[in-house]
Design a protein around this ligand. Structure first.
Ligand code: SAM
Length: 288
C-alpha cells in the first residue's frame, strides 16, 4: 500500500459519511484566521498553487477552480436570452464574478458575500480570480444574501447565481423554498437561477433531490442539473442546477456559445450540449 511520504505535509478533508478523503501536499500555511463567520486557512501547495479552506472544507485552488467557475456561470449565461442584470450570492473568492463579466452584454453585477474577509484574502492570495473586481459594472456588497434578496424589486434581475458554501451555517437558508420564492419574485417568470448543487455521486438521492423539490415548490419548475468534474470537492464530481419558471433551461444560445469572444479552459458549446443529457442514474431527477 503506497504510504504518504513522511517528509511531506498534507492537507486532508475527510468525508467520513462516505468513507473517503482528499489530500493535497502543502509546503506552507500562509494565513489563518477566524472571521465573524468562519475559519479561513490559506496554504501553498506543492502542485496545485494556493489553496483556500473554509471551516475545514476545500474552497478553491489555483489549479482546478476553472472547472467550477466556468460551469457555474457560462451554461446559465448562454441559456438566458439576454442576461444584463446578474446577482451573485456568495462567490467571495471572486472567480464567478470574473467569468460573468466576460459576457459583454452583462450591464450590472451585484456580488453579495456575507464574509468580507474571504474577498480581502482572495485579493491578496488569488489575484487572478479578482482581476475583474474593479470593473465598473461590478458592485461588491458584504451582506447576507438571504436578507438582500428579500429587498429586491420584482423582476429586477435576469440571473441569480448562488455560489455558496455547503448548506450549513449562513448558507443553510439558501436551499429552501422561502429563499427560492424570493428569487423568483426578483427574477420574474423568464429569469434564471443557477446554484451550486453539490456532488452527483454523493447527493443525487438526497440534497440534489431535496433542493429541486424546494425549487419546484417555489415555482421554479423548469430544472436541469449539470454535472462536471471538480477534483477538490467531495467525490471529485460536482454539479450546478439551473431553474426557471418560464425559461426552457435545456435550450441555449448555441451560436453565441460557439462564437464566444473570450477564452475558457473547460466550457464550450459541445460541453454544454453534452451536459444537457444527464448520466443514466441522474435521469430520475427529471422524473420528479
Ligand atoms: N466554490 C465553493 C463551493 O462550491 O463550496 C463556494 C465558494 S465561495 C467562497 C462560498 C461563499 O459563500 C463563502 O465565501 C461564504 O462566506 C458565502 N456565503 C455563505 N452563506 C452566505 C449567505 N447567506 N450570504 C452570502 N454569502 C454567503
Amino acid at each position: 500500500m503506497p504510504e504518504f511520504p513522511a517528509s511531506a505535509s498534507w492537507f486532508t478533508e475527510v468525508w467520513s459519511a462516505e468513507g473517503s478523503a482528499f489530500s493535497l501536499e502543502v509546503t506552507e500555511k500562509l494565513h489563518e484566521e477566524r472571521s465573524e463567520f468562519q475559519h479561513i486557512e490559506i496554504y501553498q501547495t506543492r502542485h496545485w498553487g494556493k489553496l483556500m479552506v473554509l471551516d475545514g472544507c476545500y474552497m478553491v485552488t489555483d489549479r482546478d477552480n476553472f472547472l467550477y467557475h466556468e460551469m457555474l456561470t457560462h451554461p446559465a449565461l448562454f441559456t438566458h436570452p439576454n442576461p444584463k442584470k446578474v446577482l451573485i450570492i456568495g462567490g467571495g473568492d471572486c472567480g464567478t464574478l470574473r467569468e460573468v463579466l466576460r459576457h459583454p452584454g452583462v450591464e450590472r453585477v451585484w456580488q453579495v458575500e456575507i464574509d468580507e474577509r474571504v474577498t480581502r484574502l482572495a485579493e491578496q492570495y488569488f489575484p487572478a480570480l479578482c482581476e475583474a473586481n474593479n470593473d465598473p459594472r461590478a458592485q461588491l456588497l458584504f451582506e447576507d444574501g438571504i436578507a438582500w434578496i428579500r429587498n429586491c424589486e420584482p423582476g429586477e434581475l435576469d440571473l441569480i447565481i448562488v455560489d455558496s458554501t455547503d448548506p450549513v451555517g449562513p448558507a443553510a437558508g439558501l436551499f429552501n423554498r422561502e429563499f427560492f420564492g424570493h428569487c423568483l419574485r426578483a427574477l420574474g417568470r423568464d429569469g434564471l437561477l443557477v446554484q451550486q448543487s453539490e456532488s452527483p455521486l454523493f447527493h443525487t438521492h438526497s440534497l440534489i433531490r431535496e433542493m429541486r423539490s424546494e425549487l419546484a415548490a417555489a415555482g421554479l419548475t423548469n430544472q436541469l442539473t449539470l454535472p462536471f468534474p471538480q477534483p477538490i470537492y467531495p467525490s471529485g464530481w460536482w454539479s450546478c442546477t439551473l431553474a426557471s419558471a418560464g425559461l426552457d433551461v435545456r435550450a441555449f444560445r448555441e451560436t453565441d456559445a460557439e462564437n464566444k469572444a473570450f477564452a475558457t479552459f473547460y466550457y464550450n458549446a459541445g460541453v454544454h450540449r453534452g451536459a444537457l443529457n444527464p448520466p443514466e442514474f441522474m435521469k430520475a431527477l427529471d422524473e420528479g
